[in-house]
Design a protein around this ligand. Structure first.
Ligand code: MRU
Length: 342
């Protein structure tokens, strides 16, 4: 299995996702600021993986902190990690979880607090892999046998602690004996599909075809796609789904062509405090991701650019949301709340 993120004696080790697929190299973050930078610069990315990184960032921050001033340093570390990326709610979920633990154990000696925080962050990682496997078990029966699954962005082992959400469902369907191949959208501008999804599926020997984002409708209309499975960065209480930019277009095309559109995401990606997806903060990234392709300028200098990194797919386009606790269908207000509380 691909190792996305690990706690080691040297620090938090991550595969550098900005350099894949040409270079497979690992980065060691030795303090929380380096973890925050790794999240901001997308050395590590994908909602659940960002959550694990934030938990480990909190742990390494506490480990290296001055014991005389722990409360205020925990607050500083939490704020810096929370300020890295705004959309994936797993980041805030993990920081909250680590803060809740800290509040329970803050009276203990520093060495003990540190050991417990490190253990908890390792647990977040291990649980994430188990959650993905459970999601796979729930999602696999939905994937039609002998068909092609279209996916967008990378919601695989690289976007999680391992196995993946959307790609976990695909892996589980194949493990259950289904004959499936994958169409991967390249996912402009950051190319998570071309660089990461294709790389990790090839790594597992899963037959994969790369298409550019604007080809998805063509293949759906031709009857080539059996279903769509994507991940999510934040899901509102009504089932609106924030995911990588371009997901909304894929969902509309899927509905138009009668192709089921599935979202695979852990319960930690639900944000039941938000009544609708309109309230989800959307990260806007730098212009150079759009004007350049790997350092090569493709637009005139000075071009006005917009670069929202995510979009929101309204719940009416979502056939079902696959979680580790089961499959939610419309009306999502009810089904998501029931699963979250089960
Ligand atoms: O900007 P990224 O690469 O962090 O965006 C990732 C996505 O949009 C994924 O689809 C989402 O986080 C789900 S990953 C299991």
């Amino acid at each position: 299995m691909i190792e996305t993120i690990l706690w080691t004696d040297e620090g938090v080790v991550m595969i550098d996702q900005t350099r894949l697929p040409s270079v497979e190299t690992y980065v060691t973050c030795r303090d929380y600021k380096e973890v925050a930078d790794a999240i901001r610069t997308m050395i590590i990315r994908g909602a659940p993986a960002i959550g694990v990184a934030a938990a480990m960032g909190m742990a390494i921050g506490v480990e290296k902190a001055n014991p005389a001033d722990l409360d205020s340093q925990v607050e500083t570390i939490s704020k810096e990690l929370a300020g890295t990326r705004p959309t994936a709610v797993n980041l805030f979920w993990a920081i909250d979880r680590m803060n809740r633990l800290y509040q329970e154990i803050r009276h203990l000696p520093h060495a003990e607090i540190s050991a417990r925080m490190i253990e908890e962050s390792k647990l977040v990682r291990v649980e994430d892999i188990e959650i993905n496997r459970a999601m796979g078990r729930h999602g696999a029966p939905l994937v039609p046998d002998g068909k092609t699954v279209l996916t967008h962005c990378n919601a695989g082992a690289l976007a999680t602690a391992g196995y993946g959400t959307a790609l976990g469902v695909i892996r589980a369907a194949i493990e259950s004996g289904k004959n499936i191949d994958v169409f991967a959208d390249e996912t402009r501008p950051f190319l998570q599909g071309a660089r990461l999804t294709v790389w990790e599926l090839q790594h597992d020997g899963i037959p994969t075809t790369l298409i550019t984002d604007n080809m998805a409708g063509h293949f759906m209309k031709a009857g080539r796609i059996g279903c769509v499975v994507v991940g999510a960065d934040r899901i509102a209480a009504n089932g609106d789904v924030a995911n990588k930019i371009g997901t909304y277009s894929v969902a509309v095309l899927a509905k138009e062509n009668g192709v089921p559109f599935y979202v695979a995401a852990p319960i930690s990606t639900l944000d039941l405090t938000l009544s609708s997806g309109d309230l989800i903060p959307i990260e806007e990234r730098g212009a150079s991701e759009v004007t350049q392709v790997f350092g090569v300028q493709v637009a005139p200098t000075g071009t006005e650019v917009r670069n929202p990194a995510f979009d929101v797919t309204p719940n009416r386009y979502v056939t079902a949301i696959i979680t580790e606790k089961g499959v939610a269908r419309a009306p999502f207000e009810e089904s998501l709340r029931t699963l979250a509380n089960s």
